[in-house]
Design a protein around this ligand. Structure first.
Ligand SMILES: *Cc1c(COP(=O)(O)O)cnc(C)c1O
Length: 356
């Protein structure tokens, strides 16, 4: 049976990226060697790294003055590297979910943390507005897409201090005005590639801002000086990211992908909004294009397990909501085909026809 992969992360990748990565494991471009058997300092790997960086620049329209580096440790490692490298006295954070909270926790090891606003009062089902960003903060940290709760910041906000964004789950899902950010980072395993590599887009003027001594591996200066090659980078994960970037370029770029994402999300949100049984959990204006969260209405709560079972028989994978929200979460990342969303919507209609 065809599987419809709605996993939240690691998650669906373009089929062609998987096929080409599998080939590169067996033999890289006629070299007679596996991608996994060559030096990360070889000409062949340098070409892979250079193309990956170049495609990032091209697809996201990154202006000069920024570097892109690939690191290990996941987005979670960035939660501590950011304050280690940039927090002198005080940093500002927007609390929009569990990932933001984890970033806040790490920043507190390094200085004062000003949480400018939080949506914890409503189980993070909206994006706070109307907050003030302190002008004396060293930076302002946001999570643009809240993977667990399904809320998303849809615009590039203006910040009076350097803006740093965790874009783990919405990178390359829409065009971004990079010039408004001093740093953008994320784990690859949601929308870009396999687990094991973290991308960091860093404005060079952010370097050298703190007095403290930083261990080499945790210092951005180390990794920008010898871009992504201070130590052995996650070579395989980087290669698959490159294949995903080539796929996006082949489609026509991020604007095309955004249009596809809007079409998919509209299909599912419309089905939810017009449903007798299902209801969305997030404030409409803040609903994510990447992680679509919904539950059964109170009078049908006891049918949630039944729908889960029914959907499973139709090949739906990974639609169980995170335990902190319950119900359902359909992750509709770039690589998820429209047909999979249509199949889920059809399943919802079929279930309603016999259960509502
Ligand atoms: C998954 C996720 C993380 C954690 O990523 P790791 O690479 O597992 O550390 C951080 N932030 C967001 C928004 C995520 O979705």
């Amino acid at each position: 049976m065809k599987k419809h992969n709605f996993n939240a992360g690691p998650s669906i990748l373009p089929r062609i990226a998987l096929e080409n990565s599998a080939k590169a494991i067996l033999e890289l471009n006629g070299t007679g060697l596996s991608l996994l058997e060559i030096s990360h300092r070889s000409k062949d790997f340098q070409a892979i790294l250079d193309e990956t960086v170049a495609l990032f620049h091209e697809l996201l329209n990154i202006p000069s003055g920024y570097q892109i580096i690939f690191l290990g440790g996941g987005a979670s490692m960035q939660f501590c590297m950011i304050p280690y490298n940039f927090l002198n006295k005080k940093a500002a954070y927007l609390e929009t979910g569990v990932w933001a909270q984890k970033a806040i926790k790490e920043a507190k090891f390094f200085g004062d943390v000003n949480v400018v606003a939080s949506s914890s009062d409503k189980n993070f089902n909206y994006i706070p507005t109307g907050y003030a960003i302190p002008g004396d903060a060293d930076y302002f940290h946001i999570t643009t897409n809240n993977t667990i709760y399904g809320s998303e910041i849809h615009t590039d906000i203006d910040s009076p201090v350097p803006l740093i964004a965790d874009m783990s789950s919405d990178i390359l899902s829409r065009p971004v005005d990079i010039s408004k950010y001093s740093m953008i980072y994320g784990g690859a395993q949601k929308n870009l590639g396999p687990a094991g590599v973290t991308f960091v887009i860093l404005k060079e003027e952010m370097l050298g801002k703190v007095e403290r001594k930083i261990p080499s591996m945790l210092s951005y200066a180390t990794h920008t000086k010898e871009p992504s090659l201070y130590n052995t980078p996650p070579v395989f994960a980087i290669y698959t990211c490159l294949e995903t970037l080539r796929w996006i370029k082949g489609l026509g770029g991020v604007k095309v992908v955004e249009a596809m994402n809007i079409k998919k999300a509209n299909l599912l949100y419309d089905a939810i909004d017009n449903s007798k049984m299902f209801v969305g959990t997030v404030a409409k204006k803040d609903r994510s294009l990447m992680n679509i969260c919904f539950v059964m209405k109170d009078e049908y709560k006891d049918k949630e397990d039944g729908f889960m079972e029914f959907a499973k028989t139709l090949g739906m994978i990974g639609i169980k909501g995170h335990r902190s929200v319950g119900g359902f979460r359909a992750s509709t990342y770039n690589a998820l085909p429209f047909e999979s969303v249509q199949a889920l919507v059809d399943a919802m209609h079929a279930f309603e026809a016999t259960n509502a």
